[in-house]
Design a protein around this ligand. Structure first.
Ligand code: AP5
Length: 213
């Protein structure tokens, strides 16, 4: 099962991708998480990516593609994966299609988690992310059991630097310009499905699992 999650920043792609990965036993691959891990570990890639991420801009395609192709080569991808935050440009989508085609393979589904911009701004203000494992929570809509602590690993929860309101507005602008065109791209490929991301987390997940049945 090879799935791409589409949607604006904060639409809930990561939340749903983690649930899909757990239910179907496939890896959740988030380019954002990989970049953040590199920033935390002070790698050269992390330093380069940080310059773009802190401004709400996309990391250049050549950096992102090198990183993701390397990740696909790992053994755990043999039975598929759920991609979260990749592809994000038409060039990235074309590179993915071509690399799968070269192995006589293709994506099964692209799921667009649809949420209007107004809801996004509210969600980002309340998001808390685990500094240790990347687990994602929301102070109102998806609170951790113990305030400030990750349910999954007990790590500290913090506000992501790119969740500041001005950066969120920039990320939304970049999304509409560069990533939203992927909806038409995957519609033309015949694999686009859309779910209503304004519903409760579990209701969205039920809509998604119904797509696989
Ligand atoms: P990335 O980490 O991918 O960020 P994003 O796409 O902006 O998405 P988010 O992680 O912010 O949101 P999400 O949709 O996963 O929502 P979440 O589930 O957390 O990328 C960060 C940066 O890295 C980019 O800006 C770019 O610079 C760079 N980058 C990454 N990939 C790249 C690529 N391919 N090319 C170039 N650059 C790249 O949910 C949000 C909040 O809402 C949470 O608090 C959650 O608990 C809550 N929530 C979730 N679902 C619901 C619900 N149904 N109802 C209410 N609240 C909900």
């Amino acid at each position: 099962m090879k799935i791409v999650m589409l949607g604006a920043p904060g639409a809930g792609k990561g939340t749903q991708a983690k649930m899909i990965a757990a239910k179907y036993g496939i890896p959740h691959i988030s380019t954002g998480d990989i970049f953040r891990a590199n920033i935390k570990n002070g790698t050269e890639l992390g330093e380069k990516a940080k310059q773009y991420m802190d401004q709400g801009l996309l990391v250049p395609d050549e950096l992102t593609l090198a990183l993701i192709m390397d990740r696909f080569a790992k053994d755990d991808c043999a039975n598929g994966y759920v991609l979260d935050g990749f592809p994000r440009t038409i060039a990235q989508a074309e590179a993915l299609t071509e690399s799968l085609k070269a192995q006589n393979d293709a994506l099964d589904m692209a799921i667009d988690v649809d949420v209007p911009d107004e809801d996004i701004i509210e969600r980002m203000g309340g998001r808390r992310a685990c500094v240790a494992c990347g687990g994602t929570f929301h102070v109102l809509f998806n609170p951790p059991r113990v305030s400030g602590k990750c349910d999954l690993c007990g790590g500290e929860l913090s506000i992501r630097k790119d969740d500041l309101p001005e950066t969120v507005k920039k990320r939304l602008m970049v999304y509409h310009e560069q990533t939203q065109p992927l909806i038409d791209y995957y519609k033309a490929e015949g694999i686009l499905r859309t779910v209503d991301g304004t519903k409760d987390v579990n209701e969205v997940f039920a809509e998604i699992t119904a797509l696989f049945e």
